[in-house]
Design a binder for this molecule. Structure first.
Ligand code: NAD
Length: 432
């Protein structure tokens, strides 16, 4: 878990946009182009359940503090609700709605039997002790009660949450179950520590999926990854894994931005060395084997591939014209807003959209869930090869839809997802 040490950029208005509006614009564009059934369109344009809980937690000082958390469940027609939990001061109901909706599309594109959900607590975890974080997590789980469950709604890590936090959720949830039912409920969360029932390969899964997508794109384009340059925004779970996993292909990391600063080195930054530094120092700021820079210099850096792996609304009408790259591979959810998308298309910059590119996390979460249900432990080769096969299949479907509909890749990814959902929703109909 990367600690967000400096939130200056968050108060600059970047995240104040209504993220849910972005989702609706993306959705409407695809629905128009594919002529989506109007009743299916109505159903998918609304979330199913929105749970907001206000709950008290005792601080180390002995004082009590109130917190607000959300869980939004968008659609469960393909399977149980599934999606991460985010701890961040910018968490709000519209953001959670957007993130929940994207989860539905991801499950649909990758053919996994999950619906979409997301949750979060609005607070800055870097300002609380480990014991306070544990109590906040446990009280949130208690407040959610039966709104989550192993066959109903399954949380996972997201920004500022990690395997440890999943272990606390698991323990709290199981403690609320009757003793004889506890052993069959370990799949109530995924992204757990391996010893507590997590899957090998889940920690790197999102980054691994991003890399598998980039490799497919490179094959399609006849692009040589050996010697290619890449820049990464966010050096937490997703950003650090993408960086490390691209290294064996001979690609060179030339710039990184996180909440603590920007570092640039056209000769290359070693992702493994940087990971050790970030673990010790909480961020990339101050890394001595690269030059410091500012946000604008970072965005203008010349590189072949840009991997946004931090927060949303980073590639916009203001920043998209400044990018100096051939490909944007979205590790983060919603890093590009619709205005940014338009400019990327106009400028001929390729895009691997979030709902395809970062779906490796939910895919391996599905594998973890399956292993728990069957009391199995797969090895890393099995997890990786299954992930690669599924990512490739999803990539090909999106690429072909882009060709068939003569549209951009984000709209194509939506069309793939919406087609599957349309079929199932029409087959099942409406009760009563
Ligand atoms: P994380 O908490 O591990 O890392 C977040 C990173 O973003 C940190 O390096 C932090 O310093 C940086 N950051 C925060 N604010 C920033 C700012 N204003 N400017 C620049 N950098 C900033 O989170 P993560 O799990 O790596 O998630 C990153 C993104 O990937 C999120 O959009 C998340 O929804 C998405 N995602 C994560 C997973 C997963 O499995 N963890 C799966 C799919 C998508």
């Amino acid at each position: 878990m990367a600690v967000i040490a400096d939130d200056k950029k968050l108060s600059s208005g970047v995240l104040q946009n209504n993220l849910y509006e972005n989702v609706n614009r993306q959705f409407n564009k695809a629905a128009d182009l594919m002529d989506l059934d109007s009743s299916v369109r109505d159903r998918l344009s609304k979330t199913t359940n929105e749970i907001t809980v206000n709950f008290p937690v005792r601080m180390d000082s002995g004082k009590l503090e109130m917190f607000t958390g959300h869980r939004v469940q968008h659609c469960d027609v393909l399977g149980p609700y599934k999606g991460g939990l985010r701890y961040h001061p910018a968490v709000n109901i519209n953001e959670v709605r957007a993130l929940a909706t994207w989860m539905t599309w991801k499950g649909a594109i990758t053919d996994i039997p999950f619906g979409g959900a997301k949750g979060g607590i609005q607070f800055d975890p870097s300002k609380y002790s480990k014991l306070e974080l544990e109590r906040i997590t446990r009280r949130f789980t208690f407040a959610l009660g039966n709104n989550i469950g192993p066959e109903y709604d399954i949380p996972a890590p997201d920004v500022n949450t990690n395997a440890q936090i999943m272990a606390w959720i698991l323990d709290t949830y199981l403690s609320m179950m009757p003793p004889h039912e506890r052993q069959r409920c370990s799949h109530v969360v995924t992204g757990k520590p391996i010893e507590a029932g997590g899957s090998i390969g889940r920690d790197k899964a999102t980054g691994q999926g991003v890399v598998f997508s980039i490799v497919e794109w490179a094959k399609d384009k006849g692009f040589n990854l050996d010697g290619a340059t890449y820049m990464v925004q966010g050096f937490g779970n997703v950003g650090s894994w993408v960086s490390k996993l691209l290294k064996p292909y001979g690609s060179k990391l030339v710039a990184v931005e996180d909440a603590t600063g920007v570092i640039i080195n056209s000769e290359g930054i070693d992702p493994d060395d940087l990971t050790i530094y970030v673990k010790a120092n909480g961020g990339v700021g101050g890394y001595s084997k690269a030059k410091p820079g500012d946000h604008e210099t970072f965005i203008k850096t010349k590189a072949d591939i840009f991997i946004p792996a931090a927060l949303e609304n980073q590639i916009t009408a203001e920043t998209a014209p400044l990018l100096n790259v051939q490909l944007v591979a979205e590790g983060a959810n919603g890093p590009t807003n619709p205005d940014g998308d338009k400019i990327l298309v106009e400028r001929g910059i390729d895009l691997l959209p979030d709902i395809l590119c970062n779906s490796g996390g939910v895919i391996v979460s599905y594998y973890e869930w399956l292993q728990n249900k069957r009391s199995e432990f797969w090895d890393i080769e099995e997890v990786d090869s299954k992930l690669e096969k599924r990512m490739k299949k999803a990539y090909i479907k999106v690429r072909d839809a882009a060709r068939n509909y003569k549209t951009d890749w984000r709209t194509a990814a939506y069309i793939v997802a919406l087609s599957r959902l349309e079929t199932v929703l029409k087959e099942r109909g409406i009760f009563p």
